[in-house]
Design a protein around this ligand. Structure first.
Ligand SMILES: C[S@@+](CC[C@H](N)C(=O)[O-])C[C@H]1O[C@@H](n2cnc3c(N)ncnc32)[C@H](O)[C@@H]1O
Length: 297
């Protein structure tokens, strides 16, 4: 393993042979191998191809094999081994207090939630509901540079990680943590934009997940038998909490059909996600009010 190129080839081969699952922030074995090699050498992700010909540092060899052991034998997600994860160009602290940040809602946020966010001005208030380590709300604070953002979760451990991420990468003073069960403590019409990635894995799906998911908090993944109970509760309460021109962006992953079966009259707009992922809907406050007025709540 004389060069970075040689280290990369070896890591690709080891990850492939171990048949690791790459759904935790990396789209392919190659992407994950690059992150693993750079992580072993403690180098940032912005590198040129010239690095491939550089000598792989002697001091990084032991760390590389430790990372490979954790990843290939124990199947720990790489972000937990490295203690950090990248999303939308930001680097977050990451450990088993919360899910590895990877929500496709990040793709919607970097586009300013256009065209679903219609007002010319940025949302004044944003809630990252079921925030885990807080990545989505913190990205929102970077995109909407005047918004006040609440990171809300029911789990104190997740919130302690979110708090660290505020210290690490949130713009000063505009991002705050609250412990809450869904939207319960929020005042009527107080929120312009709700970002919600609640637990939505159904009981059947839970049994079929690759081993990597065992390291993530159980309560961050499983909802109920069908996977949509929390999404249904929050849709009902979002009608109360959203301001007149408000917007809900909701992720339910593979549970789209179950949610549409449960609430057939909600006019979900399922967003096309060019960088991958599925099951993210936009619903405006007006659409929720119309649904509520039709007595379908
Ligand atoms: C799928 S994770 C999402 C984490 C984060 N938003 C992300 O994208 O990485 C779901 C989160 O919902 C939280 N949660 C579960 N039930 C909740 C509830 N009733 N109210 C608020 N948060 C809840 C869990 O603690 C977990 O952190």
């Amino acid at each position: 393993m004389e060069t970075f190129g040689a280290a990369l080839s070896e890591v690709v081969e080891r990850l492939t042979t171990a048949n690791v699952f790459c759904g935790h922030g990396y789209e392919s074995i190659h992407d994950e191998a690059v992150a693993l090699v750079l992580g072993a050498a403690r180098l940032p992700p912005e590198q040129t191809r010239d690095l491939l010909a550089d000598p792989f540092p002697e001091r990084a060899v032991a760390r590389l094999s430790e990372l490979l052991r954790g990843r290939c034998e124990e199947r720990v997600p790489l972000a937990y081994l490295l203690g950090e994860a990248w999303l939308a160009g930001l680097c977050f602290n990451c450990d088993d207090r919360a899910l590895v940040p990877r929500s496709p809602i990040a793709q919607v946020l970097v586009e300013g939630c256009r065209p679903w966010w219609r007002p010319q001005v940025a949302p004044r208030t944003v809630v990252d509901l079921c925030c885990g380590g807080g990545s989505l709300g913190i990205i929102a604070a970077h995109v909407f540079t005047s918004s006040v953002v609440l990171l809300s979760d029911i789990d104190q451990r997740a919130l302690s990680l979110a708090h660290e991420n505020i210290q690490r990468c949130a713009p000063n003073g505009r991002v705050h943590c609250i412990m809450a069960d869904l939207l319960t403590p929020l005042a009527p019409k107080s929120i312009d934009l709700i970002l919600a990635n609640p637990p939505y894995v159904s009981t059947i799906e839970m049994h079929q997940l690759p081993p990597e998911y065992r390291y993530e908090p159980y309560g961050a993944l499983q909802a109920d038998e069908e996977g949509v109970a929390l999404a249904v509760d929050l849709l009902r309460d979002a009608t109360r909490v959203l301001s007149d021109n408000g917007l809900l962006i909701l992720e339910v992953g593979e549970s789209v059909e179950a949610l549409e079966r449960r609430l057939p009259k909600v006019p979900f707009t399922w967003i096309d996600l060019p960088s991958g992922g599925a099951g993210v809907a936009a619903v405006s406050a007006q659409e929720l009010r119309d649904w509520s007025a039709a007595g379908d709540l």
